[in-house]
Ligand binder design. Sequence first.
Ligand code: NAD
Ligand code: UGA
Length: 463
Amino acid sequence: MKITKICCLGAGYVGGPTMAVIAQKCPHIQVTVVDLNEERILEWNDEDTNNIPIYEPGLSQIVGESRGRNLFFSTEVDKAIDEAQIIFISVNTPTKTYGKGKGMAADLKHIELCARQIAKVAKDDKIVVEKSTLPVRTAEAIKSILDSTGNGLKFQILSNPEFLAEGSAIQDLLNPDRILIGGDTSAEGEKAIQALVDIYRNWVSPEKILTTNVWSSELSKLTANAFLAQRISSINAMSELCEKTGADVNEVAKAIGMDSRIGSKFLRASVGFGGSCFQKDILNLVYISKSYGLNEVADYWEQVIIMNDHQKRRFSDNMLKTLYNTAANKKIAFLGWAFKKDTNDTRESAAIYVADDLINEKAKIVVYDPKVSRKKILADLDYLETRTSEENENSVITFDNPYLSCEKAHAIAILTEWDEFVQYDWQRIYDNMEKPAFVFDGRNILNKVELESIGFRYQGIGQ
Ligand code: NAD
Ligand code: UGA
């Protein structure tokens, strides 16, 4: 089957970058990305590609190159579905906030809506690709909806989970460790798998393209995120023990990471992992395990989340204790709000929870993040529903200059590992702070010896 038109439902952190790279690498394919959110589509179509809704190094150039040529952003969902031979579903699958499975299960309402829309609009056979992260066996539900119309059309459902990390999305998409495609084992299924393989073959070598059955592919995505998050919780657990024993978690991480069986990546102790996926995907895994009666499996993975919550809480508790058990009316400068560097995404960022704890202690939080707006910061706090929007507004000050943020502060907390923080004139910052001047480095990026020689009271994680 020669593929010339594809579309993607959902123009978010995955749909946007993924389709931009496919469009760049496959100039012979027309790629249309659609979303129900008109504002988001308007931003994707902004004449100045610096204003696209997602900050991701290299993305605006790639969009600029292909947009209007073979990459289109639109709100015309039905038209895009009708024209496409392959439809990627890349909508959000957040944790349910209501009903059965509240706080644990993935909310599949957007996925189901997409399936129903495809069923309603399609006039010819289609390949439907699950790009969103989904509970294992979701393909069954999608297939059941698509086959329910009785219109005789044939749909193939593929699972093609995305493994990109924000902040390095373009590099991850251009040079993926692997592409995973799960499909039906029938002849028709194999044909559909081949059609998708052929797209990736435009820039990915064949040995990196892995094909499996649908359920293995769906479950591999949840497994990968669980393993990655588990490494962070493991090193964070050790960081607490390091603080009690005089060991240094950076040294421990280096020492164990040199064991090739363990490997050196993903062993950075921190204030806790954030991001839209680790927590939601593990909670989902826990929920699925429980639903099969696998309580030990569920408890095992839930511990990763419990440890992460503990790490975030421990950070704010330690700040409070060090600040002589009172943060009331103290100015605390937050450097960073995003959940990691090189992204404007703040979903589940540790900064939100640390700020919330400190605002409960009546601290004044002053935030500087190179890519996150005041509006977003306040929306993140409001989402917790701890206090009124007005109270949040009065508790948070934002500056677009780090030096102003730190002026007259009693303490600085590093919440995101932005490279620029390391380059600051820390003497200048120290001179303008209240004394004693504390730095709580939630990312272990600053040089303890250097800061202490300036006069700072420095505390990292696990040191
Ligand atoms: P997102 O919230 O940034 O984007 C999802 C978009 O889908 C939104 O713009 C929303 O308006 C749109 N949408 C919802 N329902 C729709 C519908 N019926 N029709 C058209 N558009 C619709 O989410 P995201 O971060 O891109 O994540 C999408 C999926 O990919 C999730 O399942 C997530 O777990 C997974 N994932 C995310 C990442 C990541 O780094 N963010 C990485 C790998 C996988
Ligand atoms: C993660 C995975 O890395 C991706 O493979 C996956 O596709 C994605 O989730 C997803 O499914 O959404 P992402 O959340 O974008 O990607 O970013 P990560 O680099 O994994 O970082 C997640 C969090 O862990 C961040 O808060 C980061 O600061 C923290 N982290 C990461 C640490 O605290 N220590 C580390 O060693 C690594």
